[in-house]
Design a protein around this ligand. Structure first.
Ligand code: DOR
Ligand code: ZN
Length: 461
């Protein structure tokens, strides 16, 4: 006897939509067919679309270390309600994930807090942990994150956004020689090196210049952190990937020029993949007047022409998938001078609704959505034997959609600890209705319906 059947759904894969019943046993999809068979639980979805649970590979759940901004149980509850059944946590927590010991620590620390399944990133600090990167891969880490151009607080591993040379208690940004060694190591062990691409030397000089002029509007932020900063680092990174063979993943691409560089690199068969994030696809500098400092993220949201180029890059496969860069701060921290306030916002709960709204508008199709929110990330991070598609043998991570539901995104309805996005008040048609994680109904109608039963997920490189 089956544990569950999700019946009469229109099942969406990366290339088609098929009417079928999905049968589940022991958390796995065991049969997909139009037969009417007995199961302990029957969920007749009455012709609704059913997609594989979303994968959000780029989340900062802040826990442990800055749990006043977000914590793992709130963050993964937000994921569950938002139709994301797999999340990867970024490693710049305190303690940071630097070796096997800190990896296991976080893995265990999350064990009773997770509402969805989770993978873990490791962090590169250059020479300081070059010799423990292999351990992170062996422990099942999804990849290694490198904050190129950032200084790091020695005591807390917090990123330093406004580094000045000579600052005390700080690991300064690495030089290119040190960075090259990270690429060599990743080439050697076959893992993924994911980078934050912004050139610090340029940003430092330009920030000083605009601050001295007393400028502090959005134009000033774009002058201080221009597309050129992204382009410089992407160029160097691609050259390093070409020279070493390391799998380079470029995080949160924001510009048309960035997309062009990645497109060229892929055409030359350089080992590069890339993502963009929801806010770069739905916002541009034109929105600053309406939204204000709440839309500050790093790298900053650029021009309307960049936004359109990112959609083009996503559609032609230059950009592999979309993540949220879920990076909450306390709501009160997000008010104030644009240059002083922290960058980042919630995103794990609003990515799928924003994309479903594009489907409702006829701008993208559901199979395309499944590719960029589930399928491609599963393949890239070696979890596609369990995640990313509604297919026999995979985990029964299923999201039932309600494409008729019209509702605004409201910050006050989010499940994060500090519920703040730039999308407050956005009209959305099409919402995740119910979320199953390994056959367990974990969320429905915008609420959590189960205790935390998410599990650590190993990337099988
Ligand atoms: O806006 C951002 N916030 N960009 C980053 O790269 C880091 C993140 C954070 O952790 O706050
Ligand atoms: Zn990030």
């Amino acid at each position: 006897m089956f544990d569950l059947v999700v019946k009469n759904g229109r099942i969406v894969s990366g290339n088609e939509i098929k009417k079928a019943n999905v049968y589940v046993k022991n958390g796995k999809i065991v049969r997909i067919s139009d037969e009417d068979l007995e199961a302990k639980h029957v969920d007749d979805v009455n012709n609704a679309f059913v997609i594989p649970g979303g994968i959000d590979p780029h989340c900062h759940f802040r826990d442990p270390g800055a749990a006043y901004k977000e914590d793992f149980s709130h963050g993964t509850a937000a994921a569950a309600v938002g139709g994301m059944t797999t999340v990867f946590d970024m490693p710049n927590t305190n303690p940071a994930v630097l070796d096997n010991k800190s990896f296991i620590y976080k893995r265990n620390y999350f064990a009773d807090k997770a509402f969805v399944d989770y993978g873990l990133w490791g962090l590169s600090l250059g020479d300081l942990n070059l010799n423990t990167l292999d351990e992170i891969k062996q422990a099942g880490g999804v990849g290694i994150k490198f904050f190129w151009g950032y200084a790091i607080n020695k005591a807390t591993n917090a990123l330093i956004y406004n580094y000045e040379p000579g600052q005390n208690g700080v690991i300064p940004p690495l030089d290119d020689g040190e960075v090259y060694k990270i690429f060599e190591r990743i080439a050697d062990n076959g893992h993924v090196l994911a980078i934050h691409a912004e050139n610090n030397e340029l940003i430092s000089m330009l920030t000083k210049r605009v601050r001295e002029n007393g400028e502090n509007d959005y134009e000033a932020l774009l002058k201080a952190r221009p597309t050129l900063a992204e382009v410089l680092t992407i160029q160097t990174a691609i050259a390093f990937s070409q020279a070493t063979g390391a799998h380079l993943h470029i995080l949160h691409v924001t510009s048309g020029m960035g997309v062009d560089l990645i497109r060229e690199a892929k055409a030359k068969n350089i080992n590069v993949t890339a993502e963009t994030c929801t806010h770069y696809l739905f916002l541009s500098d034109k929105d600053y007047g309406k939204i204000g400092s709440g839309m500050k993220v790093y790298p900053p949201i650029k021009r309307e022409s960049d936004r359109l180029a990112l959609w083009e890059g996503l559609k032609d496969g230059t950009l592999d998938y979309v993540s949220s860069d879920h990076a909450p701060h306390a709501v009160r921290e997000k008010q104030g001078d644009l240059f002083e306030i922290p960058s980042g916002m919630c995103g794990v709960e609003t990515t799928l609704p924003l994309m479903l709204n594009e489907v409702s508008k006829g701008k993208i199709t559901l199979p395309f959505l499944v590719r960029i929110l589930s399928e491609k990330a599963a393949g890239l991070y070696k979890i596609d034997d369990r995640k990313g598609a509604v297919k026999v043998g995979n985990d029964a991570d299923l999201v039932v959609l309600d494409m008729n539901r019209k509702q605004k995104i409201l910050n006050k309805n989010l499940h994060s600890k500090e519920p703040f996005t730039a999308f407050d008040g956005f009209d959305i048609t099409g919402w995740p209705q119910r979320t199953y994680l390994r056959g367990i109904l974990i969320a429905g109608d915008g609420e959590i319906l189960n205790k935390p039963e998410g599990k650590f997920l190993r990337a099988n490189y």
